[in-house]
Design a protein around this ligand. Structure first.
Ligand code: GUN
Length: 311
């Protein structure tokens, strides 16, 4: 058996195209230009790449990128003052502060300072609480991308056994909440889970967000399962170069799984597409314009998507 490859790059491109269409309509009908502010502190090379990709996606969608670069040495007070200014700026509809932040800055304090209506990362405690309570909310981008991809393979996740490996606030916990909202039976596994392989083998949907290269082996996967690989790990490749691999041993896993996302080209492109989606939805909500119906997974839209943006 050989798994269907879930082409995140193509699915993200299609979604971005639809968003661009909606942005054009928003401009024509209402004179509204969505703006996304991305704040990058310091010079983390991986973060710089993400921020560049984000700006390009924002521009491609017809939105206005507002990039703010701050030095590694910036104080917490200076960053909070910038957040206040962005909160008050009517041309800014979404705010993303790239994580991690340097040690002199309390990330939770910064996240809590972002206007929840502009919190396109879905990290603000109000949006986290709304997601957990089943209320409409801005939800984190990578988890949202995972659900859209999983639903490309299995139109309904209702009643399925879903196992999430990883319990981070950015991926593990919110993706578990989204799976629950899709009526899956959800297990969150982590570094202290006993017999992780046996837990994973129960999964109809397995979401790997551990940050360890090729950690999930073929023998952990239930035959026919849908495997969503969130990992982006740099490892030594050929000729002294580095290559990127996921958290799942792709070649062997794809012989067992029913459907699987590749790395690169799986979840990664969806994160940015969902950021643009969240920016569009936040813009609509802030302007009392109905959220567009983007028909994200055929006839069966993800539950949370159909209920966004935030109240
Ligand atoms: N760093 C790694 N992933 C993310 C993300 O989704 N959002 C932000 N703000 N920072 C990140």
């Amino acid at each position: 058996m050989s798994a269907t490859i879930i082409d995140g790059k193509a699915i993200a491109a299609e979604l971005r195209g639809r968003i661009a269409g909606e942005v054009a309509r928003l401009k024509a009908a209402h004179g509204i230009m969505p703006g996304l502010a991305v704040v990058l502190v310091g010079k983390n090379p991986a973060s710089e790449v993400y921020v560049r990709n984000k700006s390009k996606a924002v521009t491609d969608a017809g939105m206005n990128p507002v990039d703010r670069y701050l030095p590694e040495s910036v104080s917490e007070a200076e960053l909070l003052a910038l957040i206040d200014a962005l909160n008050a700026d009517p041309a800014v509809n979404g705010i993303l502060v790239q994580l991690p932040l340097p040690p002199q800055i309390d990330s939770q304090k910064v996240i809590a300072a972002i206007d929840p209506a502009k919190d396109v990362d879905g990290f603000h405690p109000l949006n986290v609480g709304k997601l957990g309570s089943g209320l409409p909310a801005l939800v984190p981008c990578t988890p949202l991308g995972c659900i859209i991809l999983a639903k490309k393979a299995k139109a309904s996740l209702a009643g399925l056994d879903a196992v999430v490996i990883g319990r981070s606030n950015i991926v593990g916990k919110p993706v578990a909440q989204l799976l629950l909202a899709e009526n899956a039976t959800v297990t969150i596994a982590h570094s202290r889970t006993r017999d992780l392989a046996a837990v994973c083998r129960r999964a109809d949907v397995l979401i790997a967000a551990i940050g360890k290269p090729e950690f999930v082996r073929a023998g952990w996967i239930k035959p026919g399962a849908t495997v969503i690989d969130v990992g982006i790990n740099r490892v030594p490749g050929d000729a002294g170069k580095t290559k990127i691999v996921g958290d799942v041993a792709f070649a062997e896993a794809s012989a067992v799984a029913g459907a699987i996302t590749p790395v690169p080209g799986g979840v990664g492109p969806m994160t940015i597409a969902c950021l643009i989606l969240n920016t569009l939805r936040a813009t609509c909500a802030q302007n009392d314009v109905p959220a567009p119906n983007l028909d994200l997974s055929g006839s069966n839209q993800p539950h949370q998507l159909s209920r966004l943006p935030p109240a």
